[in-house]
Ligand binder design. Structure first.
Ligand code: GDP
Ligand code: IMO
Ligand code: MG
Length: 423
């Protein structure tokens, strides 16, 4: 029996989708535990690129059961679109995809309010994906949310939608937005109910039964540690817990059942949206790295902000996630640089900081301290074993592993399945 949690260790887009797809050849169940359609997890198989937003990245492996856990916020229209999209590629979800009755539903007013609230913030906006994530989790925690299980009871769904819309229309009016018609929304969601009802389950029971029957489970996080509502660069974060602890609350699998935590670590750093980013690079250097890494959002298409690898930040990520071993992704992208910088710590005025500060204001004011390592100036995307990597690339990996204090078990050198080195 093995229950592993896979987490993004930076600000998201580390390559979780690709690595879940690789690992799911060895797991029987894959479960998403938080976030929603703000995620964009990319998997490339042959010439085909799949970008999954809600469906776990284990869906592309035949025989793997996939679960959308209670911690996820589900936009039923986005989910149905995704089911249709993978169906066109002959990927069948029958008896392979289940969604938690306790997951919350993204409603049309969540998406509207996400956009309107962001617009009203002007330059202080978070830079959200506009998928209604914050407003939906807000309703969840103020105990007004509508859950997937409510789709199974049309009378209670009607009452909840009508009550919520009465309140939300006041908020929309304050932004000068027209009112929503509750009956139309009910009608729309009853149609979704019809299409999704056979997938709805108590997935905590499903997952615990699977574990008790000796099945292996991989829990797939979305976003990354520094977008965590508690541990991230608040308020420039998402509204859930991508860190490994979120896997328990987001699925109903208890901490006593978890055997390992796998971190997904990009060989450099990226961030989408606003907020502090000490090791960020700018100008031509940034454009170059962005182009080489294809760093454009999988969900919104926005150019990602880019920077060097940050050891100081990663040590904090290792601590809060309990990373045992990691997959380093996109190492190939660094193959054109003469020299590669690594951020080893921060200075705040004259003081060298001892711990990574999660406070955004402090982080905005730190000055990164860099060390420079030699590049390898070679295309490594064909390399299949660690020993065949150029010496400078091996040294770069050893440097990261030693200074961050974790073991590297996978090195990814390209987006495709075959472009993977297992150690
Ligand atoms: P996720 O959100 O963590 O799943 O990551 P995204 O899918 O948003 O972004 C990762 C991007 O990098 C995708 O376009 C992947 O196809 C691509 N990718 C993943 N691993 C590698 C790699 O090792 N090398 C390169 N060049 N691209 C990769
Ligand atoms: P994956 O799973 C990168 C960022 C947004 C914004 C902040 C809040 O593909 O790694 P939200 O819409 O969640 O309220 O936006 O979080 N963000 C992501 N950045 N990858 C993601 O997901 C992200 N999901 C949200 O850009 O800064
Ligand atoms: Mg992504």
């Amino acid at each position: 029996m093995s229950v592993s949690v896979l987490v993004g260790s930076q600000w998201g887009d580390e390559g979780k989708g690709k690595i879940v797809d690789i690992l799911s050849s060895k797991f029987e169940v894959v479960a998403r535990y938080q976030g929603g359609a703000n995620a964009g997890h990319t998997i490339e198989i042959g010439d085909q690129q799949f970008v999954l937003h809600l469906i776990p990245s284990g869906i592309l492996r035949e025989g793997v059961i996939n679960v959308i856990g209670n911690g996820v916020v589900i936009d039923p229209s986005a989910l149905l679109e995704e089911i249709e999209f993978i169906g066109k590629h002959n990927i069948n979800i029958e008896n392979r995809l289940f969604i938690s009755n306790n997951a919350h539903l993204i409603m049309p007013y969540h998406k509207l309010l996400d956009a309107l609230q962001e617009e009203a913030q002007g330059k202080d906006k978070i830079g959200t994906t506009g998928r209604g994530i914050g407003p939906c989790y807000n309703d969840k925690f103020s105990r007004k949310g509508i859950r997937v299980g409510d789709l199974l009871n049309s009378e209670s769904l009607k009452t909840k939608v009508r009550n919520n819309i009465k309140e939300k229309n006041k908020e929309l009016a304050a932004f000068g937005h027209e009112a929503l018609d509750a009956d139309k929304v009910v009608e729309e969601y009853l149609e979704y109910a019809d299409k999704l009802k056979h997938l709805i389950k108590d997935t905590a029971v499903l997952l615990n039964n699977a574990i008790n029957n000796g099945k292996s489970v991989l829990m797939e996080g979305a976003q990354g540690a520094f977008l965590d509502i508690d541990h991230g660069t608040y308020p420039y974060v998402t509204s859930s817990n991508p860190t490994s602890g979120g896997a328990c609350t987001g699925t109903g699998v208890p901490p006593t059942k978890i055997s390992s935590v796998i971190g997904i670590v990009k060989a450099y750093t990226t961030r989408v949206g606003n907020g502090p980013f000490p090791a960020e690079v700018y100008g031509e250097e940034a454009e170059n790295l962005r182009k080489l890494g294809g760093e454009f959002g999988a969900t919104t298409g926005r150019p990602r902000r880019v920077g060097w690898f940050d050891v100081f930040q990663m040590k904090y990520s290792r601590m809060i996630n309990g990373l045992d071993r990691v997959a380093i992704t996109k190492l190939d992208v660094l193959g054109e640089f003469d020299e590669i910088k690594v951020c080893t710590g921060y200075k705040l005025g004259d003081e060298i900081l001892k711990n990574f500060p999660t406070d955004s204001q402090t982080l905005e004011n730190v000055e990164p301290i860099y060390e420079t390592l030699p590049g390898w100036k070679t295309d490594i995307s064909d390399v299949k074993v660690f020993e065949d990597l150029p010496e400078a690339a091996q040294n770069y990996l050893s440097y990261i592993s030693q200074n961050c204090g974790f073991e590297i078990s996978i090195v990814s050198v390209g987006p495709k399945r075959a472009e993977t080195i297992e150690l």
